[in-house]
Design a protein around this ligand. Structure first.
Ligand code: GMT
Length: 381
């Protein structure tokens, strides 16, 4: 498509929605589009220089009257000024709350000045499945989805759930998460593997934000069972509210010497390069980007069958899926995959499946949505 100027709004943190938004922006910039990130701090993965990438910080000031600083208003105001100053063609907001409603407000303000700016909203999961459904947000989420010019969801399951729980009066395109296979690939890190697993132990990995929805207590329980059956080590990457409980659990189970909590890591692909198995027993997972990152590094997946995971993890091929909370079944499957006679095929299949989500295949799907929402603007010009 012809090169355009896009404003991307996202959470700049380690979470999946921020990662997808940032990686998408970087890929669009490489294609020659001008990409302006509008966030409250520099996105974590915005880590390289490109003449087409720009960053605008939302500065919001508090005042003694405000018990809760009105971030959404500051964000909407920032969107208005960036659209005007940079002559943006469209806004692409990731995560409905509060980005889609702030974009709606910015759009209405700009309309009064004769500027039409189309808004694309990407739904990522918890903005619908956990937070959005909450009665305190539901009317605003419904309204701002319906008022967006384009809406995408990261899996067919998330699209289904959006239609099920909200009164949606428009289409939603499914555009899955994607992966940069140049960054996420198995690297030779034998020395690292030797340091963690000096006696050839199996290396199990989990990465997440350690929120309740990730069920990291199941990760520890599954690992404890694997550990009973064979020599194994577990690396827990990330941080969040459930971390200390999981640390205590591994002490109670007497496996703490073989479980390491590494905290937040930038170069996850280096750890994934030496992993044998990835655990994702989540309660909900609209897509499971962390599992895709593991698969790209040739790591098979033991996951729950929640949400969009069946759209990624092929049961019996790239790993296995079980019902949420079925630790016994997940353990049995993990031991099957880790069997030396089975592991190589699962690794190969994981990489093969990850290639379906190559960013080169997914980027054009977003560009198609951009083209579509821009058509009425061009007709008006
Ligand atoms: O997984 C999280 O809690 C983070 C969350 C987010 O919004 O940042 O991730 C969601 O978006 C990712 C990117 O689209 C998806 O891959 C994750 O599956 C999804 N998480 C959940 O649905 C729990």
């Amino acid at each position: 498509m012809e090169q355009i100027k896009i404003g991307i709004v996202c959470y700049p943190t380690f979470g999946g929605s921020g990662v997808v938004a940032t990686e998408l922006g970087k890929a669009l910039a490489k294609e020659g589009h001008k990409v302006h990130f509008i966030t409250y701090s520099q996105p974590t993965r915005l880590d390289f220089l490109n003449e087409n990438l720009f960053y605008h910080e939302v500065d919001f000031h508090t005042y003694p009257l405000f018990e809760y600083p009105p971030y959404e208003l500051a964000l909407a105001s920032k969107m208005v000024s960036v659209v005007k100053n940079e002559k943006l063609d469209l806004l692409h907001v990731h995560y409905a709350i509060p980005h889609a409603s702030a974009a709606y407000m910015a759009k209405q303000i700009l309309k009064t000045e004769g500027i039409f700016i189309p808004v694309v909203t990407t739904l990522h999961g918890t903005d619908i499945t956990l937070v959005g459904k909450d009665a305190s947000y539901e009317p605003v989420v419904t309204f701002s989805i319906n008022q967006s010019d384009g809406v995408t969801a990261v899996s067919a399951d998330l699209r289904r759930e959006t239609f099920e729980h909200f009164k949606i009066t428009r289409d939603i395109d499914v555009i899955p998460n994607f992966i940069d296979l140049d960054k996420f690939k198995k690297q030779k890190k034998d020395h690292f593997k030797k340091a963690i697993c000096p006696n050839g132990e199996a290396l199990i990995v989990h990465t997440s934000n350690f929120r309740k929805v990730k069920r990291i207590q199941d990760v520890i329980s599954i690992f404890a069972n694997i550990h009973d059956a064979m020599p194994a080590k577990l690396l827990m990457i990330g941080d969040g509210p459930e971390r200390s409980r999981a640390e205590s659990q591994s002490k109670e189970l007497n496996i703490e010497h073989d479980v390491r909590f590494l905290g937040k890591l930038e170069a996850i692909e280096e750890v994934l390069s030496v992993a044998d198995l990835f655990l994702m027993p989540s309660e909900k997972e609209s897509f499971g980007l962390a599992a895709l990152e593991a698969m790209a590094c040739e790591v098979p997946i033991i996951s729950s069958n929640a949400g969009g995971l069946p759209e990624l993890n092929i049961h019996g091929v790239t790993g296995f899926m079980s019902n949420v909370g079925d630790v016994e079944d997940m353990t049995k499957n993990a031991l099957y995959v880790l069997d030396k006679n089975h592991l190589p095929a699962f690794k190969e299949n994981a990489l093969k499946r990850a290639k379906d989500f190559d960013i080169a295949n997914i980027l054009p799907l977003y560009e198609k949505v951009y083209e579509r929402v821009l058509t009425p603007t061009r007709a008006m010009a």
